[in-house]
Design a protein around this ligand. Structure first.
Ligand SMILES: C[S@@+](CC[C@H](N)C(=O)[O-])C[C@H]1O[C@@H](n2cnc3c(N)ncnc32)[C@H](O)[C@@H]1O
Length: 244
């Protein structure tokens, strides 16, 4: 009896939001897929899925991968990491089941899959068992400075990608020593980041970019942002000096 041919796993970076910024290669992989899996949180719309909406066909099986929790007391507790590990283990098993049945599965990811992208956790669990193709995407790190209209680095500049989840003390240390930077994972972390930018003396060169390339994009100096209005899908850009 012939063995069932296994399906292929595609890890697709689908860019910052604008469907036109999804690469041709990612669209080709979507066309070859039977299943499109997308990470999502309860009660929210997946930005990654919205980016590929024009490329989804009625024949695609859609598979939401719903995080157990993303905010609140549990997300702040020591129970969170084991919960997340179990979530990745269980969903990886579900995806392995589909791949074993010969289905091609795309797991999509906002921006680039290997820049703070959840795809990497499924990749770690599945890529040694199944034929896998990872497609880079345009990260928010690159899209935000373009939308802002200010270059990120030139000549000998060094760029830092800084998660806002670091402690305030560590943020100050990073800001005092960085050149250009993109600060990610804002939201509740925003007031702490502002204090650190002030302490490091660089708040005047810090720009808030929310939902870069999406419909409700907002861009302004950090000093003008109301903390209660800060979205998770936002970054702060510290651009380089104006090129002359
Ligand atoms: C889990 S990380 C995913 C990053 C993604 N893989 C990338 O390459 O852009 C989520 C963070 O990415 C940033 N982000 C992603 N897309 C964004 C966008 N279109 N505009 C602004 N920030 C974005 C935000 O800082 C958000 O908190």
């Amino acid at each position: 009896m012939s063995q069932q041919k296994k399906g292929r796993l595609f890890g697709l970076g689908v860019g910052p939001g604008d469907p036109e910024l999804v690469t041709v290669k990612a669209v080709n992989c979507i066309e070859q897929s039977d299943v499109i899996a997308y990470p999502t949180a309860t009660g929210t719309k997946s930005n990654a899925k919205a980016s590929i909406e024009p490329y989804i066909k009625p024949t695609h099986q859609l598979l939401p991968l719903t995080y157990p929790v993303t905010a609140g007391p549990v997300a702040d507790s020591s129970a969170y990491q084991p919960m997340l590990t179990r979530f990745y283990d269980e969903t990886a098993e579900e995806i392995a089941g589909l791949l074993n049945k010969g289905k091609n599965v795309s797991i999509i990811c906002a921006g680039d899959p290997f820049v703070f992208g959840s795809y990497m956790y499924w990749h770690a669990r599945l890529s040694d068992q199944f034929e896998t193709l990872v497609v880079p995407g345009i990260s928010s790190v690159l899209a935000a400075p373009v939308q802002l209209g200010m270059p990120l680095c030139h000549r000998e500049d060094i760029v830092s990608i800084i998660p806002a989840t670091l402690s305030e003390e560590e943020l100050v240390r990073q800001f005092e020593n960085c050149g250009s930077a993109v600060i990610m994972k804002l939201g509740r972390t925003f007031p702490k980041v502002v204090r650190a930018l002030e302490k490091a003396g660089i708040i005047g060169n810090a720009y808030y970019v929310e939902r870069a390339t999406m419909q409700k994009e907002r861009i302004m100096p950090v000093s003008e942002v109301k903390p209660q209005d800060v979205a998770y899908f936002s970054v702060i850009v510290i651009p380089c000096e104006k090129p002359v």
